[in-house]
Write a protein that binds this ligand. Sequence first.
Ligand SMILES: [Zn+2]
Length: 340
Amino acid sequence: MEFNMSDNIFLDEAIKKQPGITQHFFDMVNNNDLSHAYLLNGNSGVGKKATAMSATMALFCKNKTNEKPCGECNECRRITEGQHPDVVFIQPDGQSIKVDQVRTLKAEFSKRGVEGRLKVFIIVAAEKMTDNAANSLLKFIEEPSGDVVSFLLSTNKNLILPTIISRTQVIDFPALSNHFFDTELSNIKVNPNDFNLLKSLTNSLETAINLMDDDWFDKAKLAVEKWFNYLYKKDYCAFTTIQIEIMPLIKDKDNKQNIINMMLQIWRDMLSIKYLNSPKDEIDFVDDFNNINHFVDNITSVKLISIIQIMLECNNKMAINLNFQNILESTTLKILSKLK
Ligand SMILES: [Zn+2]
């Protein structure tokens, strides 16, 4: 599919990130084939909102070329700016989308309700609807009159009431292609040597941005490298590294999981270099390739696998909410005794 880029941020993003799904919506609009309600499901950053906005522009645009909305006319512009009277957004008010927000939406639409005039609403983070809000919404999306189209956006459809799911067309958005994700990571100034490790931690651009925030990722990587190097030298400083270097980086549950994943990955790198002769660009800790490569000759695969097993047990301990520092310290001691 070839499209010329427009100046419209949503159109550009939708066409770049999800060309297939976006074209599918343009086709459906063109053929008058659109359903009443869609659930766009997928990771944050995969272009759900941009796609919903583009489909909405396709519905209203008076200046389309080959099914594609112009992105610039009065209709497109007002949709993009959130100023279109017939297009309404709902997003969480604090932690949830409350029943009052859905009621307001309904009231607004009925006030504006010029017979036969098309209306669109877009619910961002639909999984955050309270049960009351979801039930209140149900009737609305069942509206048979055909003049309301709803887009529910969600990062986790499992959290959405089955009654809602059954009344929507669910479209699962694929993760961004590897190449595209790399480009996005370059755009946020991630060092290319860190792409693999970052992608082991997340496939969401938004999460990647959060990880880079405040240099958290760099600091965590450095701490894990230190821990690993001490461990490898069978130096008990690996133990104190937990309290001194790693614990100050832990503010929430995600931090904990990311640290464990990083610790696991560096041992996995070692295994894949030893077993598969993996080249530098295929491992996660690219900067440590020479270092790790030097280590692998002095450890048996059996030992390596049992260390990875010890690392994996951290996840079970996390699941039963053991103290995080204790988990890491006992894991470190176990690995040290394996290496002895
Ligand atoms: Zn237009």
